[in-house]
Write a protein that binds this ligand. Sequence first.
Ligand code: AMP
Length: 431
Amino acid sequence: MSFSQLGLSAELLRAVSEQGYERPTPVQKQAIPVVLNGKDLLAGAQTGTGKTAGFTLPLLQLLNETPNAPASKRMVRALVLTPTRELAAQVHESVVTYGKYLPLRSTVVFGGVGITPQIDRLRKGVDILVATPGRLLDLVGQRVLDLSRVEILVLDEADRMLDMGFIHDVRRIIHLLPRKRQNLLFSATFSDEIRTLSSQILHAPVEVEVARRNAPTELVTQMVYAVDRDKKRELLSYLVGSGQWKQVLVFVRTKHGADRLARQLERDGINCAVLHGNKSQGARTLALAGFKNGKVEVLVATDIAARGLDIDQLPHVVNYELPNVPEDYVHRIGRTGRAGSTGEALSLVCQEEIKLLAAIEKVLKREIPRMVAPGFEPPFSLDTRNANQTRSAPSRNSQRTNEPSSRRNSQTPQGRWYGGPPKAGNAGPKR
Ligand code: AMP
């Protein structure tokens, strides 16, 4: 199927083809016709599936088809809410990219930066506003915005929004919107909370789901390295060096831990940057730019800071520490294996984390292949049987040496939902 078969206008098709997209991704195929039909949408799609274009393209088309001169410049016609400023900036970039040939005006607002330039931009009038909830409410309070004529509401990464405690802000915002409007809700997972929220916000939504619930994208090769806690840093340096990895996103649990690890890696001669909540917007932008342009090899990040990051073809994600919440694992590894490319997600797991590993494997409903790097053999094995009595026992051959898992066994995700065959040389640490 091609983009033109989805009923998109010539202006949008032109912008899409300039991006080099040849065909719509599964979520785009399913979501675009629903939105163009004016229906509410509940979409289960994680970052990397092409979801942003899935709602941005039809949203632009709908607004353009029904030119609606607002009574006041403060009135916004479409509102996209995102949990983080990075995601807001990226979504707005998509609005600008795809809306290049349409006469619609848009802007983005988020906290952590000066509010005055945002007020100035809003005063000029915008059709599409991308915003994080807190800053949006500040701006409403300043009376520079009128949301009473919003025609389309998008909640992007709604599960993240709930995790980050934005539910009250979101409810306050919904109360400012007109009753009659089109609602699109995107979420990587469909928890009970998401179901409740969507039943309150959406009207007879069409449901589309492109990734299995709580299932990471099929393009990601996953493995766990058993390693002593105090050898993790050394193992990471070894993997980065021996594999000649040039772009690695490393997840740690705490801001302090992120700073410390980056300092240690720098001492090992690896160019690092850190992304966490205590960093200024300027420092975050700089870190991301360095990572995207290849100057920074390793980006050390906490979960919240990394949410919504959009880095094309990020080849490696490392869980330096496992997350406490198994679903965060799914989000983390969703940073690699993005639309059309393969990726690898490694977890460095020490004895104290076996329980967390068991919980993750329970959510994934499968065992992640085990690896041990030569010289880093730990005095324990990653046997999760006792850690979680409710799951089935792992297979006998669970402990292996440093052999790329993708060439090995049937547990390796080989299926693809999109794009050509997996790229060679992306299967594991090269020695
Ligand atoms: P998203 O899931 O919206 O974060 O998109 C993930 C990545 O996929 C972005 O870098 C997009 O530029 C890219 N992308 C979106 N749609 C397509 C498509 N139809 N073909 C190829 N790449 C795409």
